[in-house]
Design a protein around this ligand. Structure first.
Ligand SMILES: Cc1cc2nc3c(=O)[nH]c(=O)nc-3n(C[C@H](O)[C@H](O)[C@H](O)COP(=O)(O)OP(=O)(O)OC[C@H]3O[C@@H](n4cnc5c(N)ncnc54)[C@H](O)[C@@H]3O)c2cc1C
Length: 519
């Protein structure tokens, strides 16, 4: 078995993982970054469109904090929100703009100021963006900085299987450390089909979200809940898992759901039904600009009432040239499916978008497991409460990633570490039938969408529980004998994470934010 040792292991190379790796490397420690995709940039971050919170003209940390807390339905942690509001915009200025030179769009007035846009439930225009491809500009700048840093090694095509905890995996006496101590990860090398052991003094989990456990999602295939499943199995505390945010507007075409950014409504686009009537006023005084969960449920209810397969988003009041310049990616994507958004409204449906819950962490990203840190969408810092305000996620990834990288590298320097021997991996050889994997995924995704989706009830959740519990047992049996692959690892994680979300939703009897129960 191949064994690697490093000061800090970062699992995931989206914004949170890259920010953690960069800040740790700049403290002088050795960092290894693993990602399961062959492209280091492939991540939810890459697809982020709308932007990242900066500072509006008449803005202040208290105003931003007020907006985040209002969207979070009273469940945000005031300390975490305060930290994000005070420190986040400063870090955008220092790290992204001044240090890495992320090319955010500038205002038309030659002042050199950023072009700041508004989004739903923001009381001022404060979102910095790079056209409608902000995520990829930020990710590309960070990856470039990591590639140039001699302290950082990036390894792609590596799927983390499980976190190593000394009580579970060590071959040595169990009392060397207090029991719940993380010491790295078992990792599947997709090229060699071998399992590698990555031993780390400190481990940063940055494996992103879980949208793919739902039938309709804005998330790419990497977001199948691997991080939550690994953390949960290792015994880390996970919280608020019932709060899965559904984005109101994804393109209704074929199987994949391409996101239509909230900033389009920020720029004045209106939601209409098949008769061209603006229906969101029926559900909220702010109409199309109401908070995300309300808009998503409004669309869902309108579709339910009228039998329409989708709603429409209409931006035709803006000049065609302006639309093409401001939303080039959305414009091009819709053209690919035959819709010119300068002439026709866009057919849209809601889709699973963001996990507000995750591995519980403190202000430095420290989890309940010794030597395990969690950052980005896989974590729950307390910022989002029961519902996330648009464009806070990238900021949270940046801030907590940077802080966790710094704190973990301080721990490397201060603590006494010893990396023990780990049990050998026992390979199994039963070939995996892809038809079983495909069908199990369909069961997970349909069950989660229909019974644990936008609108939940005891009956639906109980039904989902029966189906998923049974499937979990079956997949576990199957996994125990299966020849290892990224796909079987993902399936095991998908069912585990689906159950974690489901169990949290069953426990939470009160409708709040994006957890909505009709009963
Ligand atoms: C379409 C879309 C648009 C969005 N727009 C915005 C926006 O405008 N503003 C905003 O603030 N937020 C936005 N979001 C949300 C935001 O992009 C994400 O929450 C954020 O990027 C998450 O970053 P992350 O680093 O935590 O995870 P990700 O960027 O998803 O990165 C996760 C990483 O973990 C790796 N990984 C996963 N499992 C494993 C495993 N088992 N082993 C090894 N590696 C693994 C992945 O390959 C990837 O590298 C958007 C999200 C989507 C999907």
């Amino acid at each position: 078995m191949e064994r690697y040792e490093t000061d800090i292991l970062v699992i995931g190379s989206g914004l949170a993982g890259c920010a953690a790796a960069l800040s740790a490397a700049r403290q002088g420690v050795q960092v290894m970054v693993l990602t399961k995709d062959v492209q280091v940039e492939e991540s939810n971050t890459w697809y982020a469109q709308g932007g990242i919170i900066y500072r509006g003209k008449f803005d202040a940390p208290e105003i931003l904090a007020g907006d985040i807390i209002a969207a979070g339905a009273g469940l945000c942690s005031p300390e975490a929100v305060g930290l994000l509001s005070r420190e986040g915009p400063r870090l955008v200025q220092q790290l992204l703009i001044e240090d890495l030179g992320v090319p955010f769009d500038l205002a038309d007035d030659d002042s050199g100021a950023l072009d700041l846009t508004a989004e739903a439930a923001h009381s001022v225009a404060r979102i910095a963006h790079r056209k409608d491809t902000t995520g990829r500009s930020i990710e590309a700048s960070l990856v470039e900085a990591l590639r140039q840093d001699p302290k950082v090694t990036i390894l792609t095509g590596r799927t983390a299987i499980d976190l190593l905890t000394l009580s579970h995996h060590s071959r040595e006496p169990k009392d060397v450390y207090p029991p719940p101590t993380c010491a790295g990860a078992h990792v599947f090398n997709q090229a060699t089909h071998r399992v590698e052991t990555f031993m780390a003094k400190q481990t940063v989990l940055a494996a992103g979200g879980l949208g793919r456990i739902f039938l309709h999602t804005s998330n790419p295939p990497i977001a199948r809940g691997d991080g939550i499943a690994m953390a949960y199995r290792a015994g880390a505390r996970c919280i608020n898992m019932q709060y899965v945010q559904f984005h109101p507007t994804t393109l209704y075409d074929g199987d994949e759901r391409f996101l239509i950014s909230e900033s389009m409504r920020g720029e004045g686009a209106r939601l209409i039904d098949t008769h061209g009537r603006e229906f969101m006023q029926d559900y909220h005084p702010e109409g199309s600009l109401a908070p995300r969960d309300i808009v998503a449920r409004g669309i869902h209810q309108m579709m339910h009432k009228t039998g329409a397969p989708c709603a429409y988003l209409d931006i035709r009041h803006k000049p065609a040239d302006w639309i093409r310049t401001r939303f080039p990616r959305i414009h091009a994507k819709c053209l690919e499916v035959g819709i010119d958004i300068t002439e026709r409204p866009i057919p849209v449906v809601p889709a699973a978008h963001y996990s507000c819950g995750g591995v519980a962490v403190d202000a430095w990203g420290r989890s309940s497991l010794h030597r395990l840190w969690a950052v980005g969408e896989v974590s729950c810092t307390g910022v989002h409460g029961a519902n996330r305000l648009a464009s806070t996620s990238l900021l949270e990834c940046l801030l907590w990633g940077t802080r966790a990288g710094e704190a973990a590298s301080n721990a490397v320097k201060q603590d006494r570490h010893y990396l023990p021997d780990i049990n050998l991996w026992k390979y199994e050889t039963e070939p995996v039938d892809p038809a079983l994997v495909a069908q199990d995924w369909l069961t997970i995704r349909h069950t989660m969408w229909n019974y644990v989706g936008l609108v939940r009830s005891t009956k639906r959740l109980d039904r989902a529980h029966q189906i998923l519990r049974e499937l979990h047992l079956e997949i576990d049996r199957f996994y125990a004998k299966a020849e290892l692959s990224d796909s079987i690892i993902g399936l095991r994680n998908g069912i585990q994470t689906a159950l974690v979300v489901l169990l949290a939703a069953r426990e939470a009897r009160e409708s709040r934010g994006c957890h909505y129960r009709v009963d």
